[in-house]
Design a protein around this ligand. Structure first.
Ligand code: FES
Length: 67
């Protein structure tokens, strides 16, 4: 779904940015142009970012290195 109508950014793009290694909302905001026009999407976009980051961290903690 579209999160940022001004820049046509979807929730999947935010999740993909996190999957590709983004760890700070500012990185994603700059990369995708989020909240750079009217700013109404900022809070919702940050919620999606935080949720994606939490899920990534949870998934990483399920696995451990075996030597
Ligand atoms: Fe994202 Fe306007 S909806 S900047």
């Amino acid at each position: 779904m579209y999160v940022c109508l001004c820049k046509a950014v979807t929730d999947n793009q935010i999740r993909e940015a996190v999957a590709n290694g983004a760890t700070r909302f500012g990185q994603v905001r700059k990369e995708l142009g989020l909240a750079s026009q009217c700013g109404k999407c900022g809070i919702f976009a940050r919620d999606i970012f935080n949720d994606s980051l939490d899920r990534t961290i949870d998934q990483e903690s399920l696995f451990y290195a075996v030597s």
